[in-house]
Design a protein around this ligand. Sequence first.
Ligand code: AMP
Length: 226
Amino acid sequence: MKILFFGPNGSGKGTQGAIVKDKFGIPHIETGVIFRENISKGTSLGNEAKGYIDRGELVPDSITIPMILDRLKQDDCKRGWLLDGFPRNLTQASELAKALKEEGIDIDIVIEIVLDRKTAKERIMGRRLCVNDNNHPNNIYIDAIKPDGDKCRVCGGDLKTRSDDQDAEAIDQRHSIYYDEKSGTMAGVIFFKDMSAKNGGIPRIIDLDGRPGVKDVSAELMSKLG
Ligand code: AMP
């Protein structure tokens, strides 16, 4: 199963992505996580990416596209993958489609969480990351995933914030890229919707309303996945 997962920062994409990953037993490949791991390990990729990430800008395509296409060639991706945070612009979308076509691979499903910009921003500022597991969702503004005091609600681990989550300017920058229908992430969403329309419904498109609570969005997702 090959799945693309779209949604603005703050839409709960990471949380829902973890559910999809478990349902299909496929690796959850998150571009942002790969970059942050490289930053904390001090690799040259991390050093190169850090400035862009802190400003809320995209890391250049010349770095990001080969990084992801290489990742998809690894052994654990043979049975499928869930891509989250890539593609993030029209160039990445068309380069991914081109690379997959060359390999004779179809994308099965494209999921989009639809959420307005104002709500997404509030949710980002409340997000907390578990130091033990990136797939343990915590958010001080969302009742269903409120931390247990200042600890992770799943495992009791310490929580931290992402520096780019507390910077309103960087959030606005990220959202301007996401909601841009001409060349940004939404242009990528439209690209795959067009592909589906021209290709007899492949990939299958699943739209989710991101406004309800986490559990309701998950329930809608599960019923639409079948
Ligand atoms: P995220 O964890 O998805 O919010 O990503 C954090 C940051 O990593 C973004 O604001 C970008 O700076 C960078 N990033 C993540 N995915 C991509 C991508 N597909 N292309 C370029 N930069 C990316």
